[in-house]
Ligand binder design. Structure first.
Ligand code: UD1
Length: 443
């Protein structure tokens, strides 16, 4: 059994399937959860201080549960606050993380191989304890995802790094030292790593070509609440003035722009009128612009973003994935699902990850006509898709199948939905409340 499947079973999710009967328009309100990609680095930042970091609005996802276990292994006390009056099941959790004593600076293969982001513990462990031994990561099977740039950043900060038997062994017995770090390409994980290491380094660090993703800014803002000195937040040049220690803080995880974009595309594809509650347009402007070009109506409301498409055909639109503020790679598969029903042919270019096209063969089962040419997918829209048995392959690919199934005629059975549980909280509930015919079959 592959490691993730074994871990998934251990987390009690089994091999659930999702059954969807397509063809119903979506109408209603979808509350957007806290962002997985912000929650994970924020939780990891708790390793930087012996005091308590309280994170509000943490999504209930299997990746979050896995990271709680990984942090627990290092000695972090993780507690979840009980429900309070007025809280709904849609509200995220309040998680308290206290790393009073770090008892272990080793992050073993069995844990890190489940989730790539857990590799980022290397930075706070090194910054606070002067050493870390972390297994090379696993994660979604979307091409080779090296960590060379993360290692480069730590070396610039004075760490001594060795790779031995699948482990990165990092040492800085006399602490880290501020430095100039220039990333040759934009890397979210590299920027998170450099930030978490630099906040406790001696002197000034400048990160050039830093990722500008909102989740990077969310981490930086939380670090500032913990006592870090960071300027340039939201830009591609971050300047960090190292401090000797950080303290506890309370921080609310920002809303998940990828979850929001996914439901936006779902509404545009199936048709209907959906308000995505709690999300700001500026966090997914590139995706919303493409939606408008494709013929959907997008408006900002007081509570979020409203997406409508009633009867107008879907226009074919070309997309190239880019680092923020460009079109996110994490919405590429979902956009491809939408384009598979467009009037005309669209070109989708993936520039961030090689091989991030596993969804193509599954979308083909619905009758989608997609041809691959290197890093480009050429999608010839068809008027109608037909439900089919399909297999979830990775997190974002899986949800593109959900979107296609909602708009397809007849029944779709999606197998291996544990991938979805890594990134989409309460997916069936949120969609069925908008009128979708969707149910989980426990396996
Ligand atoms: C994060 C997100 C992921 C998203 C991606 C890009 C989390 C938990 N995951 O992943 O959902 O799709 O950003 O927006 O936040 N690279 C190197 N060397 C390195 C590091 C990265 O070559 O050391 C390359 C990668 O292979 C990729 C590109 O840089 O081609 C961007 O990757 P990166 O931004 O680091 O992605 P992640 O942080 O892993």
């Amino acid at each position: 059994m592959p490691p993730r499947e074994a871990a998934t079973r251990e987390l009690g999710q089994g091999m659930d399937r999702i059954r969807i009967v397509g063809g119903t328009k979506l109408n209603g309100i979808i509350p957007i959860a806290g962002a997985k990609n912000a929650a994970l680095p924020l939780m990891i930042a708790s390793l930087l201080t012996p005091e308590t970091l309280v994170l509000e609005n943490v999504p209930r996802l299997s990746d979050v549960r896995m990271l709680k276990r990984i942090l627990g292994n290092h000695g972090v006390d993780v507690t979840v606050a009980g429900k309070r009056p007025g809280m709904s099941t849609e509200d995220g959790e309040d998680v308290r993380l206290t790393a009073a004593h770090i008892v272990d600076t080793v992050a073993p293969y069995e844990l890190v191989s489940q989730m790539r982001a857990s590799f980022w513990v290397v930075a706070p462990l090194l910054a606070r304890m002067g050493q870390a031994k972390v297994s090379l990561p696993g994660g979604c099977a979307i091409g080779t995802r090296p960590v060379d740039l993360l290692i480069m950043a730590l070396e610039k900060l004075g760490a001594d790094i060795e790779i031995d038997a699948g482990y990165v062994i990092a040492k800085a017995p006399n602490g880290l030292k501020g430095a100039e770090i220039t990333f040759p390409k934009v890397t979210v994980g590299g920027t998170h790593t450099a930030l978490m290491a630099a906040v406790l380094a001696r002197g000034t660090t400048t990160i050039h070509n830093a990722a500008r993703e909102p989740e990077v800014s969310d981490l930086a803002e939380c670090l500032v609440k913990m006592g870090a000195k960071i300027s340039g937040i939201g830009t591609s040049d971050l300047v960090i003035e190292g401090v000797t220690s950080l303290h506890g803080a309370t921080h609310r995880v920002l809303p998940d722009r990828i979850e929001a974009g996914t439901y936006a595309f779902a509404a545009a594809m199936a048709g209907g009128d959906v308000t995505l509650e709690g999300i700001e347009a500026k966090h997914l402007q590139a995706a919303l612009d493409k939606l408008v070009e494709s013929g959907a109506e997008v408006t900002s409301t007081e509570t979020g973003i409203r997406i409508r498409r009633n009867g107008t055909p879907i226009k074919a639109v070309d997309v190239t994935t880019e680092a923020f503020p460009g079109f996110p790679t994490d919405l590429q598969a979902q956009f491809m699902a939408l384009m598979s029903r467009a009037n005309g042919t669209s070109k989708i270019v993936e520039t961030i990850f090689e091989n991030r096209f596993m969804h193509v063969q599954e979308l083909a089962r619905f009758g989608a006509k997609i041809r691959l040419d290197g890093d480009m997918a050429i999608v010839e829209g068809t008027g109608a898709l037909k439900g089919a048995p399909v297999m979830a392959t990775d997190l974002r690919a899986s949800v593109s199948l959900v979107i296609a199934a909602l708009a397809a005629e007849g029944e779709t059975m999606i197998n291996r939905v544990y991938h979805l549980d890594r990134g989409f909280e309460g997916l069936e509930g949120k969609l069925s409340r908008c009128g979708a015919q969707i149910e989980r079959i426990r396996g």
